[in-house]
Design a protein around this ligand. Structure first.
Ligand code: DP6
Length: 389
């Protein structure tokens, strides 16, 4: 008897960043955060979990590379938490097969190259938790069930808890410092609520070097005075951006998203020794988006795009879909590409739609390097069950 479950889970990119832990082993954050889940059609992790009585070891194959789960603290924590839940289920339904004690074999793959420099731990741990929940027949139909499951995904990687929902997702920091039972993800709005929001991922570097999120945030907590200011004020920003989402007020959404990204990178710089996640190309992209918004505001309009950067130089630009052609046009125009893009939509705009009034001198000063690739995507749904086979 072999039992198996295959699922996929999406990537999420935060508008209000999670940065800092108050409990390292439970992964409890120092501030609440909020993210947008991106479509799994472009970016996702697919995970198959399998269990049978004969397996001798808990093993994971991550993009083909074997990992012993028992030797990996985060993977093991996640697996043991899921097994405990299965034990409770077996106690409640004595006729169900007793599989909680069996070892598991898990296979996980990303549909985007790891070389793209995109964080894969969020989608990876979300897919892991979701596939085990499915393997163990745990309840998943209610949003409250998914929030409960997010407690387990969180212990794999903090940001993973937000990938268990589609749309716009909040990670509540919680107050329970002992068990972390209320540090969970909740959905603010699903992916059908504001589908006009698109995302353009600008791949600036596929370099994996640099300071990991885990190590970086730990150092920030220990050394940054600016960080103390941040954690006292993030919540206000979170309340405001949630309201902006529910009112579909892109201007406010964009303002807060960019402010929070900048503050996060300021806090990284205030860390001792300082951490630089953005590079010259990242800053040039900020310049282009800023000028694009300035032109719109000068003409009596509102912000038309928002940039945000995680713990690396790649930009994510959020914008209403109707502005994407212009935005892609600008990026293509001002940043050389090493090779032509494969996406037909991108080629369509390769000529570049000139934005009237755009001060190209601003962009010209930014001839600093290439944008290696663009991924044009949109708000997406939560994890999907792909099969029991
Ligand atoms: C900058 O979730 O990767 O992307 O909990 O240590 O695994 P760990 O960290 P991780 O940190 C993500 C940091 C961020 C901001 C965010 O996604 O909110």
């Amino acid at each position: 008897f072999v039992k198996q479950a295959t699922v996929s889970a999406p990537v999420n990119i935060a508008c209000i960043k999670y940065w800092g832990k108050r409990n390292e082993s439970l992964i409890l954050p120092t501030n609440p955060s909020l993210s947008v889940t991106l479509s799994q059609d472009h970016l996702c992790s697919t995970t198959t979990s399998r269990t049978c009585a004969e397996y001798e070891e808990n093993l994971l194959w991550l993009n083909g590379k074997e990992v012993k789960i028992d030797n990996d603290k985060r993977l093991n924590t996640c697996l043991q938490a899921m097994r405990k839940q299965r034990e409770r289920y077996e106690a409640k339904y004595p006729n169900e097969p007793k599989i909680s004690k069996w070892k598991v074999h898990i296979c996980s793959e990303n549909n985007f190259p790891t070389a793209a420099g995109l964080a894969s731990s969020a989608s990876g741990f979300a897919a892991l938790a979701y596939s085990l929940a499915h393997l163990y027949d745990l309840p998943l139909s209610d949003p409250a069930d998914i929030s409960d499951l997010s407690l387990n995904a969180r212990q794999g990687s903090g940001s993973a808890c937000r990938s268990l929902f589609g749309g716009f997702v909040e990670w509540q920091m919680g107050r329970d410092d002992l068990l972390g039972s209320d540090s969970r993800a909740v959905q603010v709005a699903d992916h059908t609520f504001w589908p006009e929001i698109h995302a353009l991922i600008c791949i600036v570097s596929d370099d994996k070097k640099g300071t990991s999120s885990t190590a970086g945030m730990q150092r920030t907590v220990e050394t940054s005075a600016l960080f103390q200011y941040r954690i006292q004020h993030v919540e206000e920003q979170l309340v405001d951006i949630k309201q902006a989402i529910l009112k579909k007020d892109f201007d406010t959404f964009a303002k807060i998203t960019m402010q929070d990204s900048n503050q996060f990178h300021a806090v990284a710089l205030d860390t001792d020794p300082p951490i630089f996640y953005m590079n010259d190309v990242s800053r040039a992209i900020i310049g282009v988006v800023t000028e694009y918004n300035r032109v719109s505001i000068a003409a009596g309009g509102k912000r038309k795009a928002a940039y945000t950067f995680d713990a690396g130089p790649n930009a994510v630009i959020y914008a209403p879909g109707e502005n994407m052609k212009e935005i892609i046009g600008m990026i293509i125009q001002y940043f050389p590409q090493p090779e032509p893009f494969k996406d037909p939509f991108l080629n369509e705009v390769i000529e570049g739609t000139l934005v009237p009034g755009f001060n190209s001198a601003v962009a010209k000063r930014h001839e600093v390097g290439a944008v290696k690739g663009l991924i044009h995507t949109c708000v997406g749904d939560g994890p999907r069950v792909l099969g029991d086979e």
